[in-house]
Design a protein around this ligand. Structure first.
Ligand SMILES: *Cc1c(COP(=O)(O)O)cnc(C)c1O
Length: 428
C-alpha cells in the first residue's frame, strides 16, 4: 500500500502541484492531501486505508453518497451499450425532459460536460441574445475558470475589472464589472452607469464558493427588477445549488420569497451529473433559439450529453425525487449544523452556521457574513487547526474556509454524532 505522502511526491513529478484542480492540493490549510482509493455511502477511504466521513461529496455531486446501487447499475448498463457516439441518443431527451419538469423557468436546455463550459456558454448566449458585451458578476462568486470570469473589481464602478489569473489579457476583463454581493446601492449605481450596455448579470443565488452566503431577498428582488428594466438577462448559476438545496433548486426558494421571480438563464452542474462530467444551461425557447444550429451563438462539444454521464444524472435525479428525500436530507443537515453550533457554544468558540437542503456552511465568527470581504475576516489559523483536527479524527471537510459543505442521503445519525464528537475534540 502506498502512503499519501509518497503518492503526493510521485504526483508532483508528473502533474503540476500534484493535482488536477488546485484546491485539492491543501495549499490553504497545509499538510498532505489524502489520495482517495474508494468511496462507499458516506465514506471515503484513502491510500493508507483510513476511512473518513465525507462532507465534500466531490464538491457537491454525490448527493446519494458513493456507489448508490441504482446509479451504479444505470452507469454500468449504459457503459455496456457504448461509451460515446457523437450522435444524439434518447437518453439526452429523457434527461432534458426530467430537468425541465423540475425547473419550470426553462423551456429548453443544452447539455455540456462541466460547470465552466455551461457558464461560459450561458454568458455567450446572453451576449448573443442581447447584442451587448458587458456583464456583472459578484466578488466571491465562482462561475468556473473562463477568462472573462477570472476577474476582480477595478478601483471604481466606472473602471474595468482586472484579471485574477495570469494569462487572462486585460482586454478580456474589460467587459466584466465586479460588484459586492448583497450591496443594493452599488448595484443600482452600476446599472445607472452601464445598464444599457449590460448583456447579463451572473450570480450564485446562495454563494457556495464563499462558504455559504445567501443573496438577501431585497438584493435579489432589486437585481431582478433592474435586469428587467434595462433589458439585461439574469443568469442564475445553480451549478452548486441546483437539486442540492431542494428539488426546485435555489430559484424555487426565491420564487417563494419574491412574487413572480424567475431567472432568464439557469446553469446547472454537479448534482445533475451525479458524479460524472455533465452540466447544463437553459432558458426560454425565445432565448435558446439563438444557439447553434438554430441561431448564431456557437456552442458545441464532442462528449456533450455523453450516454454514460446522462445515465448517471438521470438515475440520480430519479432518486432525489422519491417522496421525503429532501425533507430527510434537510433535517439531517440541520441537525449537523445545529449540533456543530452547540458544540462551539459549549467550547466558547465564535461560530455561525446556515444550511439549505443538503448544503451547509459554518463560520468561525459570531454572525453570518453577507459578502466576500466579511467571509475573509475569518480567523484562518483557527479554521486550519479545526480542519486538521477533524481530518485526524476521520472527518473530511473542505480544505479551505471559503468552501461549502455537503451532506448526502447516505450519512447516518451515527455519522453525525461521530462528527460532533470529532468537533468537540478539534475545537478544544
Ligand atoms: C463548481 C462550480 C462551477 C464550475 O463547475 P466545474 O464543473 O468545476 O467546471 C461553476 N459555478 C459554480 C457555482 C460552481 O460551484
Amino acid at each position: 500500500m502506498s502512503d499519501n505522502q509518497a503518492l503526493f511526491e510521485r504526483a508532483q513529478a508528473v502533474i503540476p502541484g500534484g493535482v488536477n484542480s488546485p484546491v485539492r492540493a491543501f495549499r490553504a490549510v497545509g499538510g498532505t492531501p489524502r489520495f482517495i482509493q474508494r468511496g462507499e455511502g458516506a465514506y471515503i477511504h484513502d491510500a493508507e486505508g483510513r476511512r473518513y466521513i465525507d462532507y465534500i461529496g466531490s464538491w457537491g455531486p454525490m448527493i446519494l453518497g458513493h456507489g448508490h446501487p441504482a446509479v451504479i447499475e444505470a452507469v454500468t448498463a449504459a457503459a455496456r451499450e457504448g461509451l460515446s457516439f457523437g450522435a444524439p441518443t434518447e437518453r439526452e431527451i429523457e434527461l432534458a425532459e426530467e430537468i425541465l419538469k423540475l425547473v419550470p423557468s426553462m423551456e429548453q436546455v443544452r447539455l455540456v460536460s462541466s460547470g465552466t463550459e455551461a457558464t461560459m456558454s450561458a454568458i455567450r448566449l446572453a451576449r448573443g441574445a442581447t447584442a451587448r458585451s458587458k456583464f456583472i458578476k459578484f466578488e466571491g462568486c465562482y462561475h468556473g475558470h473562463t477568462d472573462a470570469l477570472l476577474v476582480k473589481a477595478g478601483s471604481g464602478l466606472a473602471t474595468f475589472g482586472h484579471p485574477t489569473s495570469a494569462g487572462v489579457p486585460a482586454e478580456v476583463a474589460q467587459h466584466t464589472i465586479v460588484l459586492e454581493y448583497n450591496n443594493v446601492a452599488q448595484l443600482e449605481e452600476a446599472f445607472a452607469l452601464h445598464g444599457k450596455e449590460l448583456a447579463c448579470v451572473i450570480i450564485e443565488p446562495i454563494a457556495g464558493n464563499m462558504n455559504f452566503v445567501r443573496a438577501s431577498v431585497p438584493f435579489m428582488t432589486r437585481l431582478r427588477e433592474l435586469c428587467t428594466a434595462h433589458g439585461a438577462l439574469l443568469v442564475l448559476d445553480e451549478v452548486m445549488t441546483g437539486f442540492r438545496v431542494g428539488l426546485a433548486s435555489a430559484q424555487g426558494l426565491y420564487q417563494k420569497l419574491i412574487p413572480g421571480f424567475k431567472p432568464d438563464i439557469s446553469v446547472f452542474g454537479k448534482v445533475i451529473g451525479g458524479g460524472m462530467p455533465l452540466a447544463a444551461f437553459g432558458a426560454s425557447r425565445e432565448i435558446m433559439k439563438h444557439l447553434a444550429p438554430l441561431g448564431g451563438v456557437y456552442q458545441a462539444g464532442t462528449l456533450s450529453g455523453n450516454p454514460v454521464a446522462t445515465a448517471c444524472g438521470l438515475a440520480t435525479l430519479r432518486e432525489i425525487q422519491k417522496p421525503g428525500f429532501f425533507e430527510a436530507l434537510t433535517a439531517k443537515t440541520r441537525r449537523l449544523v445545529e449540533g456543530l453550533a452547540g458544540v462551539a457554544k459549549e467550547m466558547g468558540v465564535p461560530f455561525s452556521v446556515d444550511s439549505e437542503g443538503g448544503m451547509f456552511g459554518f463560520f468561525l465568527m459570531d454572525a453570518l457574513p453577507q459578502n466576500y470581504a466579511a467571509v475573509m475576516t475569518t480567523d484562518k489559523e483557527r479554521f486550519n487547526r479545526f480542519f486538521h483536527g477533524m481530518l485526524d479524527a476521520g472527518v473530511y471537510l473542505a480544505p479551505a474556509l471559503y468552501e461549502a459543505g455537503f451532506v448526502s442521503a447516505a450519512h447516518s445519525e451515527a455519522d453525525i454524532a461521530a462528527t460532533l464528537d470529532a468537533a468537540r475534540g478539534a475545537l478544544r
